[in-house]
Design a protein around this ligand. Structure first.
Ligand code: PMP
Length: 413
């Protein structure tokens, strides 16, 4: 499908109207926001949901029997059902609200890890991981006297699965990899990874932070054991997200945070825990943002994820083609299957300078290691410039970035 057809189908200018933040000048130039892998912008319906909750029915959930509490509880639980459908989980009880992907991974490391990882066990990660999917496992490995093994990255930013097959063994208790890389855009063959890990009895956690806005997610088909997402990467608010876990695993895990909500009965002698998912939701949660998260997921579902991804891919293809015309450009992440992330360096120009000079032209990109220092070390670089595209971006905005880069190269050399 050509991008024109896709853009007509999903009507980009109508979509842009739904995002108030896009309609402003930055440094005197119209904003071109290409930092979507860090966080995406929010449609008006998400902002309105936050407003409506605080203006109309702010109340604590679950415990109250008054009308506002019931309304807030209903809205909060409606998001859980929407997340369940969004990732095709089997049951709403398998969806735990978290602060985001980092929080979800820490929950699994702290709770599943402390219950089921022992001395001598191995945890397999990949060289493409975000620090959020490295450090929690290092902390766990240290505590449990377990160790981590790494699937290496090839020069195009894909994983070397031959090595994965070699390091996978009966000692492997958990494999934690991302669905898509935030630094290189690589879409990982997670179904293959999950199936192989299961042959050795290992459990698999998928970091879905970068996948949720771009890729169809079906946790039942994937047969993953855990899947973590952040609302703010999929047009929702910051500070919330969801963790999927298979019922039997969640039930077998002890909670890692104690407090209100997560209990059935408390006495000084003995405490019994609540059922899943509440067992893992101690304390008053981020009610407003969870409620608004539903609007973000509905926005994606109504717009159509497939059409969105096709349009974003057309932007990526166009930007990839155009950027290669610039003198001294080197791309990082050239896999065949990518989400819309374009990472690059220009010979002789520091990435921070590129970031600053583009910002002066209203073009927002990210520069640095993108919380993937081991990956940057692997390529022998400190960081890259990263432009990541969302459904509201346009070719015209990409043209402005490319024109800016041509001028920067001229100016710096
Ligand atoms: N994993 C990946 C691949 C990410 O891109 C990010 C965010 N950059 C995270 C994990 C962490 O997400 P959050 O900060 O929302 O918890």
């Amino acid at each position: 499908m050509s991008d024109v057809a896709v853009s007509q189908e999903i009507n980009i200018s109508k979509i842009r109207e739904e995002f108030p933040v896009l309609h402003q000048n930055v440094n005197g130039k119209p904003l071109a926001y290409f930092d979507n892998a860090a966080t995406s912008q929010k449609p008006q319906r998400v902002i309105a949901a936050l407003n409506e909750y605080y203006k109309g029915y702010n109340a604590n959930i679950h415990r109250g029997i008054h009308t506002l509490a019931e309304k807030a509880t209903k809205a909060y639980e409606a998001t859980r059902a929407t997340v369940k459908n969004f990732i095709n989980a089997n049951e709403v009880e398998e969806i735990i609200f978290t602060k985001g992907t980092t929080d979800g991974i820490n929950l699994v490391a702290s709770s599943y890890g402390r219950n089921f990882i022992y001395e001598g066990d191995e945890i397999i990660l990949s060289g493409l991981e975000h620090h959020s999917n490295i450090v929690p496992w290092q902390l766990l490995a240290q505590e449990r006297k377990a160790s981590t093994k790494i699937i290496p990255v090839k020069s195009d930013g894909t994983l070397d699965l031959t090595v994965f097959n070699e390091i996978l063994s009966e000692k492997t208790k958990l494999v934690a990899v991302n669905h898509a890389s935030n630094s290189m855009g690589t879409i990982n063959p997670i179904k293959e990874i999950i199936d192989k890990a299961h042959q050795f009895g290992a459990k698999v956690l998928i970091d879905g932070a970068q996948a949720s806005a771009h890729l169809e997610i079906d946790v039942q088909k994937l047969n993953c054991d855990f899947y973590a997402i952040s609302a703010h990467k999929v047009y929702g608010p910051t500070g919330t997200g969801a963790l999927y876990g298979k019922r039997e695993l969640l039930e077998a895990m002890t909670p890692y945070q104690g407090g209100g909500e997560m209990i059935k009965d408390v006495s000084f002698d003995q405490t019994t825990y609540n059922d899943i998912p509440y067992k893992f939701e101690a304390g008053t949660p981020n009610i407003a943002d969870v409620i608004a998260f539903k609007e973000a997921l509905d926005f994606v579902s109504e717009t159509g994820k497939k059409a969105m991804a096709a349009y974003e891919n057309s932007l990526l293809d166009y930007a990839t083609k155009e950027i290669q015309k610039i003198d001294g450009v080197k791309l990082y992440g050239t896999a065949n299957h990518k989400v819309s992330v374009l990472s690059f360096l220009i010979e002789g120009v520091h990435p921070f300078d590129i970031g600053q000079m583009l910002d002066a032209r209203g073009v927002a990109v990210r520069t640095g290691h993108h919380c993937t220092q081991p990956l940057m070390d692997h390529f022998g670089i400190e960081g890259t410039v990263r432009a990541s595209f969302a459904v509201y971006n346009t070719k015209e905005e990409i043209d402005r970035m490319i024109e800016g880069l041509h001028r920067i190269v001229k100016f710096m050399k």
